[in-house]
Design a protein around this ligand. Sequence first.
Ligand SMILES: *Cc1c(COP(=O)(O)O)cnc(C)c1O
Length: 248
Amino acid sequence: MKNFSFRERLALLQKEIEKSASRAGQNPENIVLVVITKGVEVSRIREAWGAGIRVIGENRVQEAAEKFAVLSGQSDLEWHLIGHLQRNKVKVAIKFFDFIQSLDSWELAQEINRRAGEQGKIQDCLVEVNISGESQKYGLAPGQLNEFLSSMEILKNVRVQGLMAIGPLRENPEEVRPYFRQMRQMFTDCGRRANELREMRYLSLGMSADFRIAIEEGANMIRVGNFLFGERIQSDLASRVDNDQETG
Ligand SMILES: *Cc1c(COP(=O)(O)O)cnc(C)c1O
């Protein structure tokens, strides 16, 4: 089977984003694509940068720190942490992550606040919600969110910019829709009570398997790795790329 270049995959992804956005009555330009580069070597990240990608996500601090050190030529990259952050890694994480999407406990928030204060930084974060209630997942329970956001007001070096969630793994991505819908509702509710230290700007939902549904349900940030970097690309998508090329 044909190997698709990064640019071809990106073009295909952008078309899919446009389709979903138009179904949702959204402007596709308002949807932030976070390209997930965990496990992806630096040369391919450079290739993505060359294709115009400026926002990337990593799930491990150590791996990200090593890549950050060699990607200084791509200094306009915006780095997002998407994986669980241990408290003893906070100091390093704050040095280069522009966004911490995985703020998932009060203890972590306090540590981020302390370390960001030391470095003279206001750390942008998204609050991770465990929307599926699965015990192996990180994130606040939906019922804890309001109190958590209120308590953020005393942490002056943490700036909450929205919410993040990982949908439950389902063979049929349609089954993830009610969870995303619930996230959208919470996002809207929290937005009504937003202030300077917690603006509700971003709703980060959706990965390769379910970004279309996330966008349809109102996400304005998606996190896509496999679709762009994975070994295999679904055959229906592959045939669409071929058709596009044939018809110019
Ligand atoms: C890996 C990961 C993604 C991207 O998943 P793909 O299936 O590779 O698109 C998105 N969000 C989180 C939190 C991840 O860990």
